[in-house]
Ligand binder design. Structure first.
Ligand SMILES: [Zn+2]
Length: 479
């Protein structure tokens, strides 16, 4: 054979082999969950769009939670509503015995981000909430994956238990903390999770631990001009406190972030304010780092109160752990992503994406549509925080990011809301649902894989005790 012919013959044989081994690896159960998600796509899209339109914020998610819980119930799950003292939290279970695999689903929106499914900023109702983090897709995709697994358990093709967790208030109070304190994750072998993003890949970065607390200053009101010497100003204390924090920024490690939101700085100009209130958030890449900064900024509040001659009170809101990454589990997810392949987009979707990029001042590169090797896990990944961190300290947690918005989209913005209510978001949702279900198949079918994921978790986690960082008593539900 001439070299070129030989080369072509070899290439043909190799391609045939590669295709055969690829189809051989999509097992019947994995095919079945892909088909299940496809068959539920219309219903899932309908639920996601309703949650998108309702756009309910932390602990107000009554319609969103009900949509998902009702759908779980209609699909044969046993649903326990109002768990962990939160009316919008629920657990939907199916099956019995081991393994017990959990999957998380969020559904809360963000204030002020109302937006139509338009590639330019155009609110439905100015100032009203919107799904700027894609949680309408998040909860729905996870439930779709749980249903796909349930169907195989019901058919006797898998053995074990699947549990979907409807987890409220991720954006403000971190609802999973109360579920963690109630022990709801304790019986899981492995927990699955995903989040909408601009790329589809296993999520292998840790995020930041944080603590949230409120400082209130109480002084003495007086006429601001007639007898200010009788006044002890709570807003003086607040300003001194904020100044202290801002000087302190120079002396913290580069991984630390400190934010505050002045919630009450006095009401009128002619009264020495007797009350002020500030919400403070401290973050660092590790929980221990957060604790150091937390102690220090609490002392500063005391110092500010002494200087202004007022009283102060500190109230813990909640605190979350950094995520423990499980690279073994992420590796299974990666293999499934390679099997499933990337999402593809229509010319209309690509045009929409580029318009979004134009509107937000980003390079017009369109959408993520490829499969890349798994990312390295960075020691300090930066980024945001999630209450999934706490779950990952209780049980090994495998995480995914799926593209629901164009590359470079500013997160927690109107642009994410726009994409989450149309086909770009819907495609990310079904892709996530399939990948989560396929990876759960690996766990249900192979106890050795569950053990490998657990071994990775034990090595990463160490022996430090886990304790949900929340005050005693019920969660801060709206009055
Ligand atoms: Zn989110």
């Amino acid at each position: 054979m001439r070299p070129l012919i030989l080369f072509i013959a070899c290439l043909t044989a190799f391609t045939a082999f590669a295709q055969k081994s690829k189809t051989a690896t999509i097992t019947p159960n994995k095919k079945a969950v892909i088909q299940s998600v496809d068959s539920h796509t219309t219903e899932m899209t309908g639920i996601s769009d309703k949650i998108w339109a309702a756009a309910e914020t932390a602990f107000n998610e009554s319609q969103s939670s009900k949509l998902l819980a009702d759908y779980a119930e209609a699909n044969g799950f046993k649903v326990e509503r109002g768990v962990a003292e939160m009316p919008t939290a629920f657990v939907a279970s199916f099956g019995s015995g081991k393994p017990v695999i959990g999957i998380l689903g969020e559904f809360d929106a963000l204030p002020g981000l109302s937006q139509k499914t338009s590639p330019v900023k155009d609110p439905v109702n100015v100032g009203q909430p919107g799904h700027g983090c894609g949680h309408n897709l998040f909860g729905t995709a996870s439930l779709g994956a749980a249903i796909a697994i349930k169907e195989l358990i019901a058919q006797g093709k898998l053995k074990g238990t699947i549990k979907f967790f409807g987890t409220p208030a991720e954006e403000k109070f971190f609802g999973k903390l109360w579920m963690a304190r109630a022990g709801l994750f304790n019986d899981l072998d492995v927990c699955m999770d995903w989040h909408p993003g601009a790329e589809t890949k296993p999520a292998v970065q840790t995020g930041l631990a944080l603590v949230d607390f409120i400082v209130e200053f109480n002084g003495q009101a007086a006429h601001a001009a007639a007898d200010p010497w009788n006044g002890r100003s709570a807003s003086d204390a607040l300003e001194l406190y904020a100044n202290g924090i801002n000087y302190y920024r120079e002396h913290v490690k580069p991984t630390v972030r400190i934010h505050y939101h002045i919630q009450d700085g006095g009401q009128v100009v002619n009264v020495v304010p007797d009350y002020s209130r500030i919400w403070v958030r401290v973050r660092d890449s590790k929980r221990e780092g957060v604790n150091v900064v937390y102690e220090r900024v609490m002392k500063m509040a005391e110092g500010a109160a002494i200087m202004a001659n007022v009283e102060h009170k500190i109230s813990l809101v909640s605190g979350i752990y950094e995520v423990l990454v499980n690279r073994t589990g992420a590796g299974y997810m990666q293999k499934n992503l390679e099997l499933l392949g990337p999402n593809t987009y229509t010319p209309e979707e690509i045009t929409f994406a580029k318009k979004i990029q134009e509107s937000t001042g980003k390079e017009q590169v369109g959408l993520y549509s490829k499969v890349e090797p798994m990312d390295e896990t960075l020691e300090n990944s930066g980024g945001g925080s999630t209450d999934v961190g706490d779950v990952s300290w209780i049980v090994p947690t495998i995480r995914l990011s799926a593209a629901t918005a164009p590359i470079g989209t500013p997160w927690h913005s109107w642009a994410v809301v726009a994409c989450g209510g149309m086909s770009i978001g819907h495609k990310g949702m079904t892709q996530a649902s399939k990948l989560l279900a396929m990876t759960m198949i690996d766990l249900f079918e192979d106890p050795a894989k569950v053990e490998a994921v657990k071994a990775d978790y034990r090595k990463n986690r160490g022996d430090a005790p886990y304790k949900a960082m929340i005050p005693d008593g019920p969660p801060p539900l709206p009055k």
